[in-house]
Design a protein around this ligand. Structure first.
Ligand SMILES: [Zn+2]
Length: 372
């Protein structure tokens, strides 16, 4: 179905093209030229300007031979550190870095699969649907590319994100929404030795509040965590401010909102009780991926996976991906297993066979959408 030698070659070219979050310019130029060579109309949105990056997201489209539904394929162009000067090694069918950098199969595997699946379809002259391709910036560290993507430029109703660290054949259908939380308790400073009774210790207030609060595992679909804390000026000063950062996550928006409201209320009540006050900074990050068997995007993903002879399987994860933003913006999106392992570490790897399979899945999605 696809050209196995070429997808490996493309993958190696991509990982050796330097890229990092907000510095995706070289990568974007390379991908744009590849897409244009296949006949795509390519534009970039203004997400780069909005977040202070080198380039915006790439949005590309190619008219199909059949006017069925539009197929949308997405992968991200940035990578985590250290990801500059990667020297990929292929040994016994496994691709790794030389051990001094990551491999950036997250997400060059997704990029290569999309390019190869489309190129093979074009060469073989098979029927194809209208295709939209989105290559995002700044996925790592907060999904900031897809958060600022210009969704008005897209016509597809479903999207396939090619960026999950699960095996090819798996489909991530559940990933929680997230809200980022900052709570700052403001008490009253006083000399701890001379007149401590005149102070209000912000840490004591926070401690009382936290013991009255539901945290950790809230229910099957919901979690909350305080992961960072700092405060205080000196050992002899009653602590005036104490700041905590954390997040609340849930597969169900209402449950996440209820948890945030609960936390804010407990902090406020407790602070008032002690004569302190609280400043809350609550930032909604993204909505959930919460797809059910039978949802169109899953049916199509399953059909494509079966076309390449694999057995499709659903997976839930606790982390976010560009799929969260697409779903938040009303485009039903799942994240497809891409077969890379050990992402974000120097031990990152991907079997050549998985790379070939995910390229074949993209090709099969084209067949699937053309046959609707
Ligand atoms: Zn990724």
């Amino acid at each position: 179905m696809i050209n196995n030698a070429r997808i490996l070659d493309t993958f190696l070219t991509l990982v050796t093209t330097d890229s990092k979050t907000k510095q995706e310019g070289r990568m974007a130029d390379l991908l744009q030229s590849r897409l244009e060579a296949m006949g795509f109309t390519v534009e970039r949105d203004n997400a780069g300007e909005l977040i202070g990056g080198e380039t915006g997201n790439i949005i590309a489209r190619l008219k199909g031979t059949r006017s069925t539904e539009t197929l949308l394929l997405c992968a991200h162009m940035d990578r985590v550190n250290p990801g500059i000067g990667i020297k990929p090694q292929v040994k016994d069918g496994i691709i790794t870095s030389d051990g001094t950098t990551i491999l950036a199969a997250d997400d060059c595997a997704g990029l290569a699969a999309i390019l190869e699946g489309i190129q093979s379809a074009l060469e073989q002259g098979i029927d194809r649907p209208d295709i939209e391709v989105v290559f995002t910036i700044a996925e790592e560290g907060g999904l900031n590319g897809s958060k600022h993507l210009d969704y008005s430029k897209l016509t597809a109703k479903q999207a396939f994100i090619i960026d999950s660290s699960t095996p090819v054949g798996t489909v991530v259908n559940q990933a929680p929404a997230q809200t980022k939380l900052t709570y700052r308790i403001i008490g009253k400073a006083a000399h701890g030795g001379v007149e401590p009774e005149k102070g209000v210790n912000a840490l004591i207030v926070a401690a009382h509040a936290l013991t009255r609060m539901k945290l950790g595992r809230i229910d099957e679909e919901t979690t909350a965590n305080i992961g960072l804390a700092q405060g205080g000026a000196a050992t002899n000063i009653v602590m005036e401010t104490f700041e905590m950062k954390g997040d609340a996550r849930s597969l169900v928006m209402e449950k996440m909102e209820a948890q945030v409201a609960h936390m804010t209320e407990v902090f406020e009540k407790t602070a008032a009780e002690f004569g302190a006050r609280v400043e809350a900074d609550i930032q909604f990050a993204y909505g959930p991926v919460n797809l059910k068997p039978g949802d169109v995007v899953l049916e199509r993903a399953f059909a494509a996976i079966r076309r390449v002879g694999l057995h499709p399987e659903l997976r839930a994860t606790g982390g976010g991906s560009d799929a969260n933003l697409f779903n938040t913006k009303g485009i039903q999106a799942c994240n497809l297993g891409t077969g890379y392992r050990g992402a974000h570490s120097l031990k990152e790897s991907i079997p050549v066979s998985e790379l070939e399979k995910i390229g074949a899945v993209v090709y099969a999605l084209i067949q699937e959408y053309a046959a609707l």
